[in-house]
Design a protein around this ligand. Sequence first.
Ligand SMILES: CC/C=C\C/C=C\C[C@@H](O)/C=C/C=C/C=C\[C@@H](O)CCCC(=O)O
Ligand SMILES: [Zn+2]
Length: 615
Amino acid sequence: MACPSSKSNVTTHAHSNQEEKRAHRLRLSACVTKHLNLHLHLDFDRHVIRGRVALTVEVLEDRFSTLTLDSSDLSVVSVTANGQPARFSLGPKHSFKGTPLEITLPFDLSRGQHVIVEVTYETSPSATALQWLTPEQTAGKKHPYLFSQCQAHHCRSMIPCQDTPSIKHTYYAQVSVPKDLVTVMSAVRDGQEVDPQDSGRIIYRFRQTVPMPSYLIAIVAGALESREIGPRSRVWSEKEFVDKAAFEFSETEAMLKTAEELAGPYVWGQYDVLVLPPSFPYGGMENPCLTFATPTLLVIAHEISHSWTGNLVTNKTWEHFWLNEGHTVYLERMIGRCLESEQFRQFKAIGGWKDLQDSVNTFGANNPLTNLVPSLQDVNPDDAFSSVPYEKGFALLYHLEEQLGGPEVFMGFVKSYIQRFAYSSVTTEEWKNYLFAYFKDKVDILNKVDWNAWMFTPGMPPIRYHYASSSVPVQAKDQDLNSFKQSDVKTLSSHQVIEFLSLLLQEDPLPLTHVKKMQEVYDLNAYMNAEIRFRWLRLCVRSRWEEVVPLALKMATDQGRMKFTRPLFREVFNFEKFRDEALRVFLAHRAGMHPVTSGLVSKDLKVDVSNAASQ
Ligand SMILES: CC/C=C\C/C=C\C[C@@H](O)/C=C/C=C/C=C\[C@@H](O)CCCC(=O)O
Ligand SMILES: [Zn+2]
């Protein structure tokens, strides 16, 4: 199984942070959480969760008596170990890792023993995992709403835990909410009852029997309704959106079946989709049993694919995030190939290459965060997030596919990799060793791959792609403007319009006359498809079209998906004349934004939020 030629490449960058990693490994290797038993009381008046979590912890070394949990902005009330009071203290606060919770057990344990550690605590109103929405911020306007987003390490602001993707555990949860609200979690629903402590509340129960990392724990509470969309699927949202959502995600079962044929059985039982309010910061989040999606997400194949790549086989640390995302994009596009065509897959790959180029341009081609396997020493994963792990990861897998025998052959490897590493967490080195073992008859081909360039070198990949039918845009000359006609765009599918605008975004800004003519003839302002609208508004702001600035800022604030919100704010900020307007609008909306989104936009706009007042 071991592949000597692969090892040296993968370990070269690890020198600088060896010490910290060793300390981290020692801490992790001392014990592992096997199960969480959660009691959560959602307090919508104070915007806090009162929680009690019992962690079943397996000890991995002799004379074990100190347990360190991750926490962030938690008030810890008490700790017990096997029912006996335990001493605890909070360590120094790290800027983004939070505060370690050091627990001293009242007894020593030996390797192989288990202990149940129970922590009673309360979250902070500014917990980074949570967004509390007022009724006015919801579609129904009557009830408040709460949702979580734990990836990469925000779970610790909701639950004290071993908040690392290298540890997997099951969980059981009982959640008390006001009786007008419904709550759902990333687990299978296990019944409900009136809260015996308060008849105005209901307790909902959930069980997650598949071991999973902490970042996949998720909760939502609001005036939710659901509709059945398949034999193992329901769609959840506020009632104003639920029928539309049921229609939009009606292809879920067909995609699940296709994914099972490609990757193996779906092990999570239920696959539901939750459509969140528009401030949710990501298009979708692959929470097990319950994908979270924004209203701007139209295709669910990516989140479905995570049920295998990411949720079943998980990156061991966030440096190896490309294992989650690159394989998921690969599987997502294989689903597209099965349900549509190879041409459709190629088309999506072309779009992905442009997204990669866009991220490389934004970060800078020499920025180490554009490495496929970056060092995240002292880097907040939220700051490192981009299309790179998705699209450089996909590009590497597609390159290997081409070298090793085509889609069927390479999908055979991906399926085998999933089966080999299911229920565990992996590093790039383990992935690569398995690749060399699986293709043991093609090691000469694998040895020709420039692994160091792919993994540890910033910028675009070391090869140029010639995906089928990528055309180079030709900028119109002034005298060509009269030849623009409505049918140029009207006859295109939405995928093609997105591709067309992406091509233009890769070029120098268009002359203002050209974007104005495009609007006159194609009426692109009327498009409500978020992927189209986002690209069009960016293009117009880059061409310094002043009248479009309010539309761009409106889109940046009407919804909060960071993929759209951050570049739109940045684009207006870079338009010198409207820099102050971008800042004004951001500060006016900041209080209602998701905490992670507002933090990242404030960095993008160089706002010192510690002094800036929100209105
Ligand atoms: C190299 C990057 C290192 C670490 C990244 C790990 C986590 C990043 C953290 O910021 C959370 C990311 C959550 C992503 C959730 C869903 C995405 O797949 C959505 C993609 C963007 C979109 O479509 O809106
Ligand atoms: Zn993903």
